[in-house]
Ligand binder design. Structure first.
Ligand SMILES: N[C@@H](CCC(=O)N[C@@H](CS)C(=O)NCC(=O)O)C(=O)O
Length: 298
């Protein structure tokens, strides 16, 4: 866990690879790379950061992305800029965010991070009344739902496609994207169950994980991803597996990868996909704390 002192002194940025050009100031703890703050920024951070609130910790260990809350002004909405509204702790929001990254759309789609615990009023009133993230403001309209947005961004913006065609891949994509909701439902409901142990996990989440293990065999000859090469399917599952991998051993003494070598290999590969790792902008330890609290498991 990051100490109070670290927060005062650094911007902490979760990265999978070292940032060599700041090697003079490199401070590495697990996967955190810290960049020294200038005194002015240090004062501002000290003033705004509540060190002892775990939720704030997860939000603050982040990212150079400003996180907009109820006190923040709205961007100049519907001015022709395309905006993807996300929350840095939200796995659903990571889905279209990764498509944006993969297609090289950093300059075409602006990221706007929202504080879900202290939402700006304008987000609900003017942008997306359901109040959820992700949402996409594009061409004067706002659309939601992470899986729909992955496809929308893929089809309506330039850059390589993540929805491969041919060899029956369209059907497999559809089936596996729809199945992701089922997997998430099973695993998260097991996490909420205080009595869930390894035997419970094997019975209740084992079958959905086994189905994914089998799915990874289908295009194995072409590569380690669900459709052989990297696709929207991998991106749809990866942020959730980061949470499963972290919490299943702790909450249920269950290793989701044991006896599932293809799934283990797949997730290892995912951790070297920049489009994915660049959306992992929080400290996972802090996130685990927040999630356990949400599941009533602290
Ligand atoms: N089905 C939606 C789910 C999105 C969702 O549940 N997002 C959560 C954050 S991870 C949210 O915005 N919750 C509303 C809130 O916290 O107020 C999707 O796939 O986009």
């Amino acid at each position: 866990m990051v100490s109070e002192r670290d927060h005062e002194r650094f911007h902490l940025v979760n990265r999978t690879r070292p940032v060599w050009n700041i090697a003079n100031h490199l401070y590495s703890k697990r996967r955190l790379i810290a960049v020294p703050l200038r005194q002015k920024e240090r004062n501002r951070k000290r003033a705004s950061f509540d060190f002892f609130n775990p939720r704030r910790l997860a939000m603050a260990v982040v990212t150079q992305l400003p996180i907009l809350n109820s006190k923040s002004d709205a961007p100049s909405l519907f001015d022709g800029t395309t905006r993807l509204y996300v929350a840095v702790t939200c796995p659903f929001a990571q889905r279209p965010w990764m498509v944006r990254n993969y297609k090289g759309l950093d300059n075409s789609i602006e990221l706007v991070a929202i504080d879900l615990q202290d939402k700006p009023k304008w987000y609900l009133e003017k942008v997306y009344p359901p109040g959820k993230v992700p949402s996409l403001e594009h061409n004067g309209k706002v659309k939601g739902e992470s899986l729909d947005l992955m496809e929308y961004i893929d089809k309506n913006f330039e850059g390589p496609s993540l929805f491969p065609e041919g060899s029956g891949k369209e059907e497999v994509t559809k089936e596996l994207l729809a199945f992701s909701d089922e997997v998430n439902k099973q695993v998260f409901s097991a996490f909420r169950n205080k009595d869930a142990d390894a035997a419970y996990a094997a019975e209740h989440i084992g079958p959905v994980l086994d189905r994914l293990e089998a799915a990874l065999g289908k295009f194995e000859i072409e590569g380690p991803f669900f459709l052989g090469q990297l696709s929207a399917v991998d991106l749809a599952y990866a942020p959730f597996f980061a949470r499963f991998e972290m919490l299943a051993p702790e909450l249920m003494s269950y290793d989701i990868f044991e006896g599932r070598p293809k799934l283990a290999k797949w997730f290892k590969e995912m951790n070297s996909v920049d489009a994915y790792t660049d959306t992992v902008t929080y400290d996972l330890n802090a996130l685990a704390h927040v999630l356990k609290k949400n599941y009533g498991r602290l």
